[in-house]
Design a protein around this ligand. Sequence first.
Ligand SMILES: NC(=O)c1ccc[n+]([C@@H]2O[C@H](COP(=O)([O-])OP(=O)(O)OC[C@H]3O[C@@H](n4cnc5c(N)ncnc54)[C@H](O)[C@@H]3O)[C@@H](O)[C@H]2O)c1
Length: 323
Amino acid sequence: MSDMPIRILDARATAALLPFGALIDTLRRSFAEGCVVPVRHHHTIANEGTPDATLLLMPAWHDAQRANRYLGVKIVAVFPGNTARGIAGLTSTYILYDGQTGTQLALLDGNAITARRTVAASALASDYLARKDAKRLLVVGAGRVASLIPDAYRAIRQIEHVDIWDIDAEAATRLANSLAQQGLKTSVVSDIESSARAADIVSAATLATEPIIRGEWLRPGTHVDLIGGFTPAMREADDDAVRRSSVYIDTHEALHEAGDLVQPIKSGIFSETMVRATLEELCRRNVTARTSEEEITLYKAVGTALADLAAATMVYEVALVNG
Ligand SMILES: NC(=O)c1ccc[n+]([C@@H]2O[C@H](COP(=O)([O-])OP(=O)(O)OC[C@H]3O[C@@H](n4cnc5c(N)ncnc54)[C@H](O)[C@@H]3O)[C@@H](O)[C@H]2O)c1
């Protein structure tokens, strides 16, 4: 019996097979359906003369009831010392297997999967949480993930204007120029307060450790989407933002990993019982969760291997059909 060839899709090919409209629909079904997601594994790797590296393993698989089932693992190598070497500090690869036989099927670019599934999951949450008439978006950050936010949000709302703020004003200008070339009305903002006060949706994907977004700036009806912080020390929004909002999360890990919730829990202004719903629960109910036009909603995500598996499966199945 001959071995089945493994398909290899680089970053460009992987991204091309994940258009946001279809990816958001796939995630909606996948979160509603659920899959097996064990706790991610962290391994610290000593690297003489440079900061320790981390190997992160994120497995997930469909359960036995699913007809076409898959098993996948994302392998992320984080080498912080690479900044000094002038090369990327994070490399990520996704391996997809047949869930019934364990046969290897595809090797995909993990960075493309991560960035696109992350903003697609946030846009999906916003589809349940943001006002239907939301049209003004403030993007906080201009990195790999933040630069995809406008495209993903345009798949769920009629976005008419995008404001971009970044700690690095040149990065914000580069992103604004590239979005303007796609025909989007954009502005680079230096006064984030005025922009947040005018926004319908504020979406942040930064490495910030101090709050950038202040709750007192948010007008009634705003939706806040926090993608960036992934450790208890990181923060994108302040306590007031959490206090004034109805809070939603992607998974329960957000309550233990994300400073935007861990710190308000520690200081007693927020508790686990105040979480309105997870993304899985929103997708299962499949109804608008916002209760009024004035409610401020806040969604905090830390990412899940469920979304990686859903995106990788989508890429593989479309690649098969396309030959
Ligand atoms: N929730 C998820 O599922 C998920 C998935 C992927 C990435 N992320 C997180 O999103 C964030 C952005 O990831 P990325 O790949 O786009 O990184 P990136 O390095 O490409 O971009 C980082 C952005 O943060 C800005 N920034 C850096 N330091 C800052 C500070 N102190 N204050 C404010 N802004 C600062 C940078 O200027 C840049 O715009 C990271 O924290 C990453 O871990 C989350």
